[in-house]
Ligand binder design. Structure first.
Ligand SMILES: [Zn+2]
Length: 864
């Protein structure tokens, strides 16, 4: 599913917090077989009435049936057996989100539950939600059921393991388009004056109820067909935006062809619809045959940046991959959700690479997948990929970076251990063996064992079943051998010795010199020795999910011969060293000195990683006297590269050069480099005066950020008015503005933006992106804290605007002092406890890092 919308390009689906409930209830005594449901939707009152018949199998004789239901009024419940109807009494358990139906004792195994009920459309994207058509000032509706929200639309056995067939019917206004998982079987006039129609859909295959889905709205569509089996792919959006979904339609049909070929299993349904959802809180949702994509991501045009096109293809490939992994075969419970999500992430990357090799998405894995997974999994409160989900809080956690990004990293390890062909063979066997059913992690591991000669289960299980990851420490034992030892690494610098209950079998691929053959060592014990002849780099293909710590002497040697090190290892060397620096194993000065070896670096992902590290150092220094000195260091470092690639875009620039320029432009602009400010303002003002003079899409964010950081009153007003005027017709430009405008450091401008954030002109996601940029500066954090945390009235406005959780999280996660860590720990009871604990832990790590390194940094930076 369901990819979280974040500032970064990383795809994570699920984000909204769930209702706080007690233990999650799973039912064992009945098994649903078939749901026949009719919804009558009232768009004037924004309500619905439902009638459903659920054919069930009674596994244990009983006088009562418990069923999930939340925010729904049940008007009547009848239990029918052998053509006898028994009226059931209904008692609600609101906290557990269930109702209990009491009736005469069931005599046989088969029965039908007949329920009539009603509910309202909500604006929280849970269950039956309102679909906004802002431009046309009217509403439609759509469903969002993952993970356990179907119960808000109809009483059901809301459990992914309880698969059933669905037959849906909708009564809706005649002028509206109605879509569901499968095609329409009939559509007829429902009332005398013809204002309503009754639309019935074919029966679905067996599926988990969170995948059942409908959308009703005012759409037009673009249609394509797959090449091999001519399956119709339709992309639905507003009539005015049709041209901007042509790319999505073209690509989606190719993605289906690709997956049918590599997975050797045809797409299971007769059609696929993809629908633009305005202001969707997640990037996408993979409902079977009816994928929903947030409008801001789905539309691209000639003015779109390469990164946005790339994100769209990855997102479509992720949701389409789910049609197999997730929909055809579904994780048995949320504990095994990596089988849906990590598989979809991996398949999406492979597919995007196959369709657009020039985008080099495989190269981006270290920056977009491995590195963020390291950061989250190095926290003390991390969890295993496969873990116990029994409470709504755990359920939120199940859709985090560990599931998606560490999960994808583990699949990559498997691919490298057994080979990509074998892995795809395993996917095919797995999908065929469990089609239309559910599976657990062990089912997949068993298949890997069957088709591979390596003891995959033994090697891979520890990466799935225990939290954290190892750091391999390399020390020179003597001139001919190295000692490798594994310890569990934590971001805060604690190292845990591995033991029988917590250790990894670490696949270490290494070369003794740049020319010779690769060797594989499976490090099973706490330590091992390997022989060396020359310089040695571990984790040669960079597919092992571990960090490598070399000795100071080895780092020195490596920095002198960095040109001989491959791209992936150049990434890991600095990325690992930065993590060790934050953890206190090296000083920030040592890290900055090591960076000097990188000023001729030409790999985009290495630059991205370095830029993030420099941004984080800037964050801890943002309230100190040496921040200006640090910015001088960064300017010197980056200007060397900028001189070699040039500030102006050239026609023969490759993708990497184009995007490295954008990274450097933005950082230098934020650090107030004079010539960058002049260039950015010149281009911005030209584009304001003449709206046909559009900014280069790949440089647009860098320009907006530079102007925002260095604007005078008139320039800020121009920028702000542009944002207000820029409605959802220009999604991409608006998104770039939202990402950048919060970089201002002027008091009145920050206040204007904070007021804007609680207004109705900005969505929850946009507000949290704006505050995220504001919170990067010390003055921004101070004003935002005083405005929304000290001032009760404003806090209530924020709560009322339904933006509280994301907004507060984006603000508080930027602090770097023990004082604030304590305050945050004792407040914000409404935040998810695990998310809050991670924020506090990160703040404490930064606070200690600053305290430890400040004097050394002060001395070092004084020379710049
Ligand atoms: Zn997903």
């Amino acid at each position: 599913m369901n990819l979280k919308l974040t500032v970064s390009s990383v795809i994570v689906c699920f984000c909204s917090y769930l209702v706080e409930t007690e233990e999650i209830k799973r039912f064992q005594s009945v098994k649903p077989l078939f749901y026949n449901i009719t919804f009558e939707l009232n768009f004037e009152q924004l309500t619905f009435n439902g009638y459903e018949e659920i054919s069930i199998l009674i596994l244990i004789p009983t006088k009562l049936i418990e069923i999930h239901s939340s925010n729904i009024q049940i008007q009547q419940a009848i239990f029918c057996q052998s053509n006898n109807d028994f009226i059931a009494s209904v008692s609600y358990n609101h906290r557990a989100e269930t109702v209990t139906l009491m009736f005469e004792e069931a005599k046989g195994q088969n029965g039908i539950l007949k329920l009539s009920f009603s509910g309202v459309f909500n604006d929280d994207f849970k269950g039956f939600a309102r679909l906004h058509f802002t431009e046309e000032k009217r509403f439609g509706a759509f469903t969002k059921f993952q993970p356990q929200l179907a119960r808000k639309a109809f009483p059901c056995f809301d459990d992914p393991a309880m698969k059933a067939n669905f037959s849906l019917t909708l009564v809706v206004p005649s002028e509206m388009i109605a879509l569901s998982n499968v095609p329409i079987v009939s559509s007829e006039i429902f009332n005398k004056n013809g204002t309503l129609k009754k639309v019935s859909f074919f029966q679905t295959p067996k599926m988990s109820n969170y995948l059942a889905s409908v959308v009703i709205g005012y759409f037009k569509y673009v249609e394509r067909h797959t090449k091999h089996r001519k399956i119709p792919i339709r992309v639905y959006t507003l009539a005015s935006k049709l041209r901007e979904v042509e790319f999505a339609a073209d690509v989606s049909s190719k993605i289906i062809d690709y997956f049918e070929t590599v997975l050797k299993i045809p797409y299971s349904l007769p059609k696929l619809d993809i629908v633009a959802i305005e202001n969707f809180t997640v990037a996408g949702m993979e409902n079977w045959g009816l994928i929903m994509i947030t409008a801001i991501r789905l539309h691209v045009n000639d003015a779109s940046s390469i990164l946005n096109k790339r994100r769209l293809v990855s997102l479509l490939a992720h949701e389409i991959a789910h049609q197999w992994t997730g929909n055809l075969v579904t994780a048995e419970w949320w504990s095994d959700i990596w089988l849906n999500e990590a598989f979809a992430c991996y398949l999406s990357r492979i597919c995007t690479f196959a369709l657009f090799p020039e985008w080099k998405v495989i190269d981006a894995t270290l920056d977009e997948v491995t590195s963020p997974a390291f950061n989250v999994d190095g926290l003390a409160n991390s969890h295993a990929i496969v873990f116990d989900v029994w409470h709504s809080d755990n359920l939120t956690t199940a859709f985090d970076s560990i599931t998606y990004q560490k999960g994808e990293s583990v699949i990559q390890m498997i691919a490298n251990l057994i080979g990509k062909e074998k892995l795809f063979e395993a996917f095919t066997v797995f999908l065929k063996r469990h089609e239309y059913g559910n599976a657990k992690t062990n089912d997949f591991l068993k298949i890997l064992e069957e088709i591979s000669e390596i003891r995959v289960e033994k090697v891979i299980s520890p990466w799935l079943l225990q939290r954290g990851y190892p750091m391999i420490e390399v020390s020179e034992e003597n001139s001919s051998s190295l000692k490798l030892s594994q310890q569990m690494f934590l971001n805060n610098g604690q190292l845990w010795r591995v033991n029988e209950s917590a250790k990894w079998i670490v696949p270490i691929v290494y070369k003794e010199s740049c020319e010779c053959e690769k060797k594989l060592l499976l490090l099973e014990r706490e330590s091992a020795f390997i022989s060396i002849s020359n310089q040695i780099i571990l984790n040669n293909e960079a597919y092992g999910f571990y960090r490598t710590k070399y000795s100071r002497k080895m780092y020195e040697k490596l920095s002198k011969s960095l040109k001989l090190v491959n791209r992936a290892n150049r990434f890991l060397l600095q990325n690992d060293l930065f993590a060790f620096t934050k953890a206190g194993m090296f000083s920030t000065v040592e890290y900055l000195q090591f960076l000097n070896a990188y000023n001729e670096e030409d790999d985009l992902n290495v630059w991205q990683s370095i830029d993030k590290s420099l941004e984080e150092i800037d964050l801890i220094l943002s309230n100190t006297k040496i921040q200006t000195k640090f910015s001088t260091f960064v300017k010197n470092f980056m200007n060397t590269k900028l001189k070699s690639i040039g500030l102006k875009i050239k026609t023969d620039d490759n993708l990497s050069t184009t995007l490295i320029r954008s990274i450097i432009f933005k950082r230098l602009g934020l650090f107030q480099e004079e010539n960058i400010i002049i260039e950015a303002k010149k281009q911005f003002e030209l584009s304001v005066k003449n709206r046909n003079q559009t900014l280069d899409p790949n440089l647009r964010q860098a320009i907006f950020c530079t102007v925002a950081r260095n604007s005078n009153e008139a320039q800020f007003r121009n920028m702000f008015e542009l944002l207000i005027r820029m409605d959802y017709k220009r999604y991409e430009e608006r998104n770039d503005l939202v990402q950048c405008i919060g970089h201002t450091v002027r008091r009145n401008q920050i206040k204007t933006l904070l007021n804007f954030c609680v207004s109705g002109d900005v969505t929850e996601q946009e507000a949290s992106i704006i505050i995220s940029a504001i919170a990067k500066s010390a003055i921004g954090r101070k004003i935002a804290w005083n405005t929304f945390i000290k001032n009760k009235q404003n806090q209530n406005r924020l709560i009322k605007s339904k933006k509280y959780n994301n907004f507060i999280t984006s603000l508080i996660k930027k602090y770097s002092s023990e004082n604030k860590a304590k305050k945050i720990e004792n407040r914000f009871k409404k935040l998810n406890p695990r998310a809050k604990a991670s924020i506090v832990e990160n703040i404490r790590i930064r606070a200690k890092w600053l305290e430890r390194d400040y004097v050394k940094l002060h001395d070092y930076l004084s020379r710049f």
